[in-house]
Write a protein that binds this ligand. Structure first.
Ligand code: GLY
Length: 360
């Protein structure tokens, strides 16, 4: 499929890494580093190396998982770059999911005031979301992506072949961001996704999601306005994700938390931005087919609200949401008070019947 041009870099899709080879040769880099986790070292790196004509590279490995997207792991990456003699003409190739592309992009964008980096997203979530648009960062004090930069990669290379080894739960996680793309800007695409299966996802759908995200970030790279539509479901969703990471034995994935956030924010959309009750039911029934019920315990609600109050999208202490005006259209800067947010959490809890769909 055709290469997608982003803000300042190409997003190359399913080309067997021919373009990456060319990119590395032409870059004349002093050193090439791969950042991987234990999963991508095992499942992705061998294929990648076999496709590339590079004689020398260094490997930096971190442990997978959102709980490791921290300053400590970032220091580990910087230290390895220093120990291996990285200079300003070095290249960092991030091979992995959203954690690797976020922390790797952040480490590269700050090392020696910034070195070149490319993203090779290997999860569905990273392919349709994290690797595109230049958001890099780490978590701190359980706040998601609270430290970070806007730093555009030099290129993104996406190969859907890597999804073959991905567990079902990870595919369903990435699928939430695809559903979001339909909900915020493309009703016909949302309808198509209703019939799709995350486990055997058609590369054309992945490509379409990337084009939707890319069109948005090209117009507003630093999230001054339009790009905020990509945050639909994320004010509530990030709080639920952070809470789950701290309290659940088996924490929610990002996409599972965002799916819950999208349902809560669809409730808010009916209250505040004229989403119809019929559209709400349609959203709940669609998401109810893909995502299991999660119990939002009453005791967790104050902590969830506190997390939302610390969300980086807030302005002058007001909690900021992006809400739907209809399926396929999204409004930005919708400020919600604590009472409204509590109501949406309770509405989710009351109405989500796993497998049976939702009842508002
Ligand atoms: N993940 C939302 C964005 O990149 O803006």
């Amino acid at each position: 499929m055709e290469t997608i041009q982003s803000i300042s870099y190409p997003i190359v899709f399913n080309d067997d890494f021919a373009a990456l080879n060319q990119f590395i040769q032409q870059g004349n880099y002093s050193k090439v580093f791969f950042l991987v986790d234990e999963q991508t070292e095992k499942h992705c790196l061998p294929l990648l190396i076999s496709q590339l004509q590079i004689s020398e590279y260094d490997l930096i490995e971190i442990t997978s998982g959102e709980i490791n997207k921290t300053i400590d792991f970032c220091i580990g990456i910087w230290r390895m770059l220093i120990d291996f003699g990285a200079d300003r003409n070095s290249l960092l190739i991030n091979v992995g999911g959203g954690v690797i592309t976020d922390i790797g992009g952040f480490a590269a964008s700050t090392f020696k005031r910034g070195i070149d980096f490319v993203q090779i997203p290997t999860t569905l979530l990273a392919q349709v979301d994290a690797s595109v648009g230049g958001k890099t960062g780490i978590d701190m004090d359980h706040l998601k992506n609270i430290i970070g930069t806007f730093a555009q990669p030099n290129a993104v290379f996406i190969d859907t072949f890597f999804l073959r080894t991905l567990p079902k739960r990870q595919l369903i996680s990435g699928f939430a961001e695809m559903l979001k793309h339909g909900l915020i800007s493309d009703r016909a695409y949302f309808d198509l996704l209703k019939e799709a299966s995350p486990e055997t996802i058609d590369p054309e759908l992945i490509y379409h999601s990337i084009t939707i995200k890319n069109e948005v970030v090209k117009q507003d790279p630093e999230e001054k306005g339009l790009r905020k539509i990509l945050n639909f479901g994320h004010t509530v969703g990030h709080a639920i994700e952070s809470y789950s990471l701290q309290h659940d034995a088996m924490p929610l994935t990002h996409g599972e938390a965002i799916a819950i956030g999208m349902v809560c924010e669809a409730f808010l959309s009916v209250e505040k931005t004229e989403l119809t009750a019929a559209e709400l039911v349609e959203i709940m029934e669609t998401l109810g087919r893909f995502y299991e019920k999660y119990t939002i315990k009453e005791v967790s609600v104050p902590a969830l609200i506190e997390l939302m109050k610390s969300d980086k999208k807030n302005n002058s202490g007001k909690i900021n949401c992006s809400l739907l005006t209809q399926i396929g259209q999204c409004a930005i800067d919708c400020f919600c008070n604590e009472e409204e947010l509590c109501r949406s959490l309770f509405a989710y809890q009351k109405s989500y019947h796993a497998k049976l769909g939702f009842r508002p």
